[in-house]
Design a protein around this ligand. Structure first.
Ligand code: NI
Length: 157
């Protein structure tokens, strides 16, 4: 991956917390509970999911550069989304996302070429290096912004 492409993903990670907060802060409490369809996640669940996902991603970023070919941790995201704290106000999770992303930017900008190519093994992704992991999480944020915009379009607000 060219250095410019790495920088593009770091920039997406830098900008995401502000973009995400700006989007969801417009929602009323009622709008936060709307879904595209029964059984899909609400915007409130999506925000708490991104915080949990990125807490897990924090380990996926750090293990490959601190251990030799580690297994990357996995979790059941739908089971997580059914827990009581997914009903909390958004600010608790937005604060987690802000803190994680601020740390990631500093961590990622410090990586050497050799560190960018260090790998961990995920049960579904196989062996992935830091470039691939960072690309996945830059995209992950954008995908959930798109998902929330789909909820808005569906409900016309
Ligand atoms: Ni997700």
């Amino acid at each position: 991956m060219p250095a410019a492409e790495r920088q593009q993903y770091i920039q997406m990670i830098r900008e995401f917390p502000e973009q995400f907060s700006a989007l969801v802060s417009q929602f009323t409490d009622e709008q936060l509970e709307l879904r595209v369809a029964e059984g899909e996640w609400s915007t409130r669940q999506i925000v708490h999911h991104v915080a949990d996902s990125h807490m897990n991603a924090n380990n996926r970023f750090r293990l490959p550069i601190t251990e030799s070919s580690p297994a990357l941790p996995v979790y059941d995201q739908d089971a997580y989304a059914r827990q009581a704290d997914y009903a909390l106000p958004l600010d608790v999770s937005l604060a987690i996302i802000r803190g994680l992303h601020a740390r990631w930017v500093v961590l990622l900008e410090s990586l050497t070429d050799a560190q960018w190519r260090m790998v961990g093994t995920h049960p579904e992704w196989g062996a992935v290096d830091l470039e691939e992991i960072v690309r996945r999480y830059a995209d992950h944020g954008i995908n959930h912004i798109n998902q929330i915009n789909t909820i808005r379009a569906k409900h016309g607000f």
